[in-house]
Design a protein around this ligand. Structure first.
Ligand code: SF4
Length: 431
């Protein structure tokens, strides 16, 4: 008897694949099927067999407090009360992220600046990202690297990685962030661990921003020299998340949300958090990001906490994305609220923002800034014949390391290449 596709129950990976294959036979493209048929997509809340389960205590608390956040409830009185307090609670965070707080941006910036100076002095740490592969098995509809997008894919081999690292190290930077697209097949843990080992020869601090993985795999990376792990949750609204991440490991919401905790269990010194502002209600997403970081800090007091504040950017081959607008004013409000609520956390401002805005926020809230950035693959080495993979998004601040260094000084701050000394590593000379 012929299979009727309506009879196929989509509740696990196998039936999901069968459903897609039946529709594909009718000539429908897989990307379209996933986009238009919710039943073709796997349960985004259910861990896969290869995903470590560490429970959902933090996830449940973040989501329930985020769902309870109604930013319209807060008034100017709540904002002013929050600004007067020495130590803020989550009600104060909610008030500072609400619409009425926009009127008090100047007061928020002044308070944020005082907190930054109290915890960080005038130091601003510099780093640069190094994209080593742009293969990706996920289907995130807002990203140019997604597996259905026809772009130039590239995975650097050891020799190319070494050349890129050397080229970056020449700039004087001592911190590098290694990034890959999310493909375990094309950039497995061994490949990334090897890149970390190479990076540790040239850099004092090595971060990774890769697919979420299990604690024992984070341990491998930590043993290879990685110091911290950054994972963007994108949005904390799980229903929205489901509609944006249509296939691949990334689709599994709880696995991503628990990544920082698994990284700390695996021995990492620090973890980074972010929502991609503009994907959903940015006030709720900013609240969830800060509260998530706060809960992790409370559970792992030794952990170094960092927060990034990315906004959606245009991508290659996708003109369908229409981000919910987060203007610079709202972005500044969010960054100040993060600083006031989490005064000890590093806040990173990326090259998605224009130079003037970045310079302004390093004097106020941000303590970490990227420089000499290219989001393409293999683009730090200038060789006529060198191949480059496409870039993930367009940047707004293309300044070199020297230019950013000078800008930090002009803002009255101190550029810092690295303030970390590994006790087991004292006396080591970087090549
Ligand atoms: S956002 Fe990350 S996981 Fe999603 S398609 Fe882009 S590179 Fe892949």
């Amino acid at each position: 008897m012929e299979n009727n596709i309506d009879d196929i129950k989509v509740s696990d990976n196998k039936s999901n694949e069968k459903y897609i294959s039946e529709l594909s036979k009718m000539g429908i493209d897989e990307a379209e099927i996933l986009l238009n048929n919710k039943r073709a997509r796997v349960d985004h809340m259910k861990l896969w067999d290869d995903m470590e389960d560490i429970g959902t205590e933090i996830l449940d608390e973040v989501i329930s407090e985020m769902n309870a956040y109604d930013s319209d409830k807060y008034t100017e009185v709540d904002v002013l009360r929050a600004l007067k307090k020495d130590e803020l609670d989550i009600e104060d965070l909610r008030a500072l992220l609400s619409k009425p707080a926009e009127k008090y941006l100047e007061q928020m910036a002044q308070r944020a600046k005082r907190e930054t100076q109290r915890y960080f002095g005038n130091s601003v740490t510099m780093f640069t990202p190094l994209y080593i592969s742009n293969y990706c098995e996920n289907y995130c509809i807002y990203c140019g690297f997604n597996c259905h997008n026809k772009i130039n894919r590239l995975r650097l081999d050891d020799e190319m990685i070494e050349k890129e690292l050397k080229a970056i190290a020449k700039s004087g930077l001592q911190e590098v962030l290694i990034l890959t697209g999310e493909s375990k097949k094309m950039s497995d843990i061994e490949y990334i661990a090897n890149a970390c080992r190479m990076a540790k020869k040239y850099f004092n601090v090595v971060g990774v921003e890769i697919y979420p993985t299990n604690s024992w795999e984070y341990k491998k990376l930590n043993d290879a020299g990685a110091d911290y792990v950054t994972v963007f949750q994108e949005t904390y609204n799980s229903d929205k998340y489901e509609t944006l991440h249509l296939a691949g490991h990334k689709r599994i919401f709880p696995y991503r949300l628990n990544a920082q905790e698994r990284a700390l269990i695996g021995g990492m010194r620090g973890v980074g958090f972010a929502a991609l502002l503009g994907l959903d209600d940015f006030r709720k997403d900013a609240f969830a990001t800060a509260y998530h970081a706060y809960l992790i800090q409370r559970k792992y007091p030794h952990a170094e906490i960092s927060i990034s504040c990315p906004r959606l950017r245009p991508i290659v081959n996708n003109d369908k994305i229409n981000p919910k607008d987060v203007h610079e004013k709202q972005l500044l409000q969010i960054i100040c609220a993060y600083r006031i609520f989490l005064p000890f956390a590093n806040i990173t401002i990326s090259t998605r923002e224009r130079a003037e805005f970045r310079d302004h926020v390093i004097g106020v809230s941000a303590t970490k800034i990227s420089a000499g950035v290219s989001t393409g693959i293999g683009s730090h080495v200038e060789e006529e014949e060198s191949k480059e993979g496409d870039e993930q998004f367009e940047i707004s601040d293309p300044r070199t390391v020297d230019e950013v260094f000078e800008a930090i000084i002009k803002m009255g701050c101190q550029p810092v290449m690295s303030d970390y000394v590994d006790p087991s590593d004292a006396g080591r000379v970087l090549r």
